[in-house]
Design a binder for this molecule. Structure first.
Ligand code: ATP
Ligand code: MG
Length: 406
């Protein structure tokens, strides 16, 4: 791998930003994941910029800036409809409780900034000509596909225990091995993960599970016992999960699949997901997927099932079935969905109001029940979705209260 790169478009678009900083007498570089991924020939979506300019100096140089965390040295700059995060070179000297420090010290030296970064492959900087600064042999580690802590691994994990999760996550994303001393430090410091906010652990855990090389990353995660410091995770379920070669598409599929593999029962799901502080919306979606997969293991995908679940979750259910090596049929599910007479209550030719007007009655439980029956009959093709036919049918079925108007 060379130590000079030809800049791709996402970098050249950002060059004027670097130039503004340099013309004002500051240093400015591309840093972090964007440089690592460019070196690996991967697509880069957004670039991070680091500079010797202090936040107030960055703000003074650009017309449009947004303060996104000035105390940490990050200013967002709007340039040609793009936004760039520009971060002042900094050191993180005071680590308390094995967590990311609350305060940082701004410095003028790139070397100091690179020193505080987690892994050698993430500690590369690239200037406007594509020349790479590589103070910790990160290029060598990229060549050898190795994740190695910058400096003494044991100290680095002691400073910020999240780095252990990040090591396993990068292994899962890149398919890299973790260097021996870094693995030893990982094994030694796992319990420090207790000090890290679960929301931050969850982000890394999910990225790891979505990683193309999840087997590799999860194997480190399990073998080092790091998993023991994550709520409710079970070794055997994780092993099963990691050994499957198919991939899942998103976070809710990951959780639902994990819970199925760990043989959870429905009433345990909420507590598990709450312990990860997941949102109620996500909990609901996971519970739906969990239930739908179990349903589909026993039954075929029928009209009402697909209607109730909706297209997205119904297709995701098929993906999980495939993952778990059960028969699945996404094409059939899609076909059935597309031929459904209606896709939601709003598509019905009558509304609650229509029924009230027709019957001259007060709203009550009967109304919800009647609409539900109508909806089902329409979905199942027993009743045409036309106002007149629905009204006639509703009367025949005695779904509405008797009134003088009937
Ligand atoms: P991704 O492609 O997932 O965004 P990334 O390497 O860009 O990967 P980020 O979390 O965006 O990861 O962080 C950007 C950079 O900041 C990293 O490449 C690394 O240099 C540094 N960094 C992030 N988190 C830490 C940490 N906990 N300790 C030290 N350095 C870190
Ligand atoms: Mg990044």
């Amino acid at each position: 791998m060379q130590n000079k790169l030809v800049l791709t478009e996402v970098f050249t678009n950002a060059l004027p930003v670097l130039e503004v900083l340099e013309q004002a007498g500051f240093e400015a570089y591309f840093v972090g994941g964007s440089v690592r991924d460019a070196m690996l020939g991967k697509d880069v979506n957004d670039v991070d910029i680091a500079t010797s300019a202090f936040p107030n100096e960055i703000q003074a140089l650009f017309k449009k800036t947004i303060d996104v965390g000035i105390e940490h040295g990050t200013v967002m700059v709007l340039w040609e409809k793009e936004t760039y995060e520009i971060t002042t070179f900094r050191t993180e000297s005071t680590y308390q409780d094995f967590r990311r420090p609350d305060s940082v010290t701004f410095v003028r030296s790139l070397a100091e900034d690179l020193k505080r970064r987690d892994f050698t492959i993430n500690a590369l900087a690239m200037d406007k000509d594509g020349c790479i600064t590589d103070l910790f042999d990160g290029i060598d580690d990229l060549n050898h596909q190795v994740i190695r802590a910058v400096g003494v691994p044991d100290e680095r994990f002691g400073e910020d225990a999240l780095r252990m999760m990040r090591a396993t996550r990068f292994s899962a994303q890149l398919g890299f091995d973790i260097e021996e001393e870094t693995v030893l430090a990982l094994k030694k410091n796992t319990s420090l993960l207790e000090h890290i906010a679960i929301e931050r652990i969850q982000i890394e855990f999910i990225k790891m599970c979505l990683g193309q090389f999840k087997y590799k990353g999860l194997t480190y995660f399990v073998k080092s016992d790091l998993y023991e410091f994550c709520p409710g995770l079970n070794k055997e379920a994780l092993k099963k999960f990691s050994a499957i070669e198919h991939s899942l598409d998103n976070e809710r599929q990951i959780w639902a699949t994990y819970l199925l593999l760990d043989e959870y029962v429905p009433n345990q799901i909420n507590a598990f997901m709450k312990s990860w502080k997941l949102s109620n919306k996500l909990i609901q979606q996971v519970a739906s997927l969990f239930q739908s997969v179990n349903y589909r293991i026993e039954s075929s995908a029928d009209l009402l099932y697909i209607y109730r679940l909706g297209k997205e979750l119904a297709l995701e259910t098929e993906n999980i079935l495939h993952y778990l090596q059960y028969p699945s049929d996404p094409e059939a599910v899609l076909f059935i969905y597309e031929t459904l007479p209606i896709h939601s209550k709003q598509d019905l030719a009558v509304t609650g109001k229509d029924l009230l007007k027709l019957t001259n009655s007060k709203a009550g439980k009967w109304l919800g029940d009647a609409l539900k029956h109508i909806e089902e009959a329409v979905v199942l093709g027993k009743l045409n979705n036309s106002k007149q036919e629905i009204i006639t049918w509703t009367k025949q079925q005695a779904l509405i209260p008797e009134t003088d108007n009937n």
